[in-house]
Design a protein around this ligand. Structure first.
Ligand code: NAD
Length: 350
């Protein structure tokens, strides 16, 4: 049984629902939020202890894992304090606000011998299990082209939360905070990125950071992809279309759970479609969303082969964000790997 403390009760509330699906693996020991009423509300429903003080959590010998659901600028400093206190850390996206800060997490993980797990819960869903099964059956073929859309609606109510839309506390805009999930899914399916060209702009809300972007990506294997991002759409939709040599996979529009949505898997050769349908229908099922991520982390910590998000993958997500900002700022195509000291926040631009 792993004893977990939740820090921050915004999205932390959804993490709590994820742990609740894994009651034989996790016990929620502490809920921490500076909003005492909020902490108490979740403590009451989970049987955990409530506190408003992060130091109190880090000093608690009954806590094995600290799950950091705090505003972005707190992720790296709190994660480093957590591993130094002998706890594993689960870190909400974005992992860090720069590659050099993400590197500090790697150093802290090695020094402390605790683990740091980035959060990309979109990976855990039936459609991605189906794609894995199709790949294993040799039915995908090589990646050719992909298009991904993160078209969400965020308004003044959303930005009333004072850390949002600021370089200092959100650390970036829609590329760092919102489309980071879709970009992670792209690299899961198509492999690492070789180079990017990007245009970023702020058009939907009066904020410091970008809220629209058009990005072209070439993958190391030669496939190409486009990513369209806006936080000024009428509704919230995420759409993913992966074209492989033998099959095209297309998501529905579910914004925050694309893997749990109904996908279409269309074989290029119609004679193969029945085999594709059979593999899709028989793909193994597993917990989805946060429960899927937390199950993978528990497997990893208990020495079974886990499908957790590795810290190296978290770093790669931040490196891609760095490259995207650099391309927009320079007006040039940027090849990865990038300079590890490259800033993301505009206020830190050289
Ligand atoms: N994985 C996802 O799909 C997903 C979705 C939403 C948000 N997020 C990420 O989760 C993080 C939190 O976002 P949110 O929308 O929940 O923010 P939020 O502002 O709604 O919630 C953060 C909570 O942290 C608390 N808090 C702030 N400082 C604290 C401190 N020093 N000690 C204890 N509690 C403190 C606040 O009171 C608040 O309740 C962000 O990094 C965001 O990008 C991820």
């Amino acid at each position: 049984m792993l004893n977990v403390a939740i820090l921050g009760c915004g999205i932390g509330g959804e993490h709590i629902s994820g742990y609740a699906q894994l009651a034989d693996r996790y016990r929620i020991a502490v809920i921490c939020d500076t909003n005492q009423q909020l902490a108490q509300k979740y403590a009451t429903t989970t049987g955990a202890r409530a506190t408003t003080d992060i130091d109190d959590v880090l000093a608690d010998p009954g806590v094995d894992i600290v799950d950091i659901c705090l505003p972005p600028s707190m992720h790296v400093p709190v994660a480093i304090r957590a591993v130094n206190a002998g706890k594993h850390a689960i870190v909400e996206k974005p992992l860090a606000g720069s590659l050099s800060d993400a590197d500090r997490l790697v150093e802290a993980e090695i020094r402390s011998q605790q683990r740091v797990f980035p959060v990309f819960q979109y990976r855990y869903g039936r459609a991605f299990d189906q794609l894995r099964a199709l790949r294993a059956a040799g039915l995908l073929g090589r990646p050719l082209a992909a298009s991904i859309e993160t078209h969400w609606s965020r308004d003044s109510d959303y930005y009333a939360n004072p850390w949002r839309g600021t370089w200092e506390r959100e650390l970036g805009g829609a590329v760092l905070s919102h489309a980071i999930h879709a970009h992670d899914l792209l690299t899961q399916q198509f492999g690492p990125v070789a180079d990017v060209s990007a245009m970023l702009t702020t058009r939907a809300n009066p904020i410091e950071t970008e809220d629209c972007a058009a990005i072209s990506l070439r993958m190391v294997n030669g496939a190409v992809a486009t990513s369209s991002i806006t936080l000024g759409a009428a509704t919230d939709t995420t759409r993913l279309r992966f074209v492989f040599a033998y099959l095209t996979a297309e998501s529905g529009c579910a914004p925050y759970t694309p893997g749990q949505d109904q996908w279409q898997f269309i074989a290029r050769e119609t004679s193969v479609q029945s085999r594709v349908d059979e593999v899709v229908n028989n793909a193994p099922t597993a917990p989805e969303g946060f429960a899927g991520l937390f199950e993978a982390i528990a497997d990893e910590l208990e020495g079974r082969e886990g499908r957790e998000v590795t810290l190296a993958e978290g770093l790669a997500s931040i490196e891609l964000v760095s490259a995207i900002y650099q391309s927009d700022r320079s007006g040039e195509q940027v090849t990865l790997p990038v300079d590890r000291m490259l800033p993301i926040a505009a206020s830190l631009r050289a």
